[in-house]
Design a protein around this ligand. Sequence first.
Ligand code: GNR
Ligand code: NI
Length: 172
Amino acid sequence: MTKRDILILPDPKLRLVSEPVARVDDAVRQLADDMLDTMYAAPGIGLAAIQIGVPSRILVVDVAREGEEPAPLVVINPEIVWASEEHSVYQEGCLSIPEYYEDVERPEKIGLRFLDRNGAEREIEADGLLSTCLQHEIDHLNGVLFIDHISRLKRGRVLRKFQKQARQSEKA
Ligand code: GNR
Ligand code: NI
């Protein structure tokens, strides 16, 4: 049970393109467990490895509601194999951009191929919040943040606010 620190905007590591996992071994499973501990503690419904500073193509999600059985999913080297033409809008947030929320439009449903924590290939269809969350996490693997999908004006405001906060905590 190891909770790790989450990188915050404008940490440049959040812009890295993460590398594929070559082999799903115990070290990868340990990392995934740390990611789940970190995500549940935050609390959040998803986390990408780069958010704890590791540039590997690993993400975890759990969109079960409070009171429901936890449903952790470990996703390694994901590939979106199809996306629906219909789009939907969700208000998104990000643990690396605390306390900022904005509407983002994405494909409503996706097909996803990935390796699970045992290294087995799996394919799932996702819709609703799970689809949104998976797409948000896969963006992280490519150095993309949800604010990249909002207007330039809004993104500029958020970036400046977090740059200022980073400068001030440097001085403190
Ligand atoms: O906890 C999270 N909530 C969330 C809400 C709407 C859309 C996406 C997310 S993911 C986010 C956790 C996070 O930052 N993952 O990268
Ligand atoms: Ni995020």
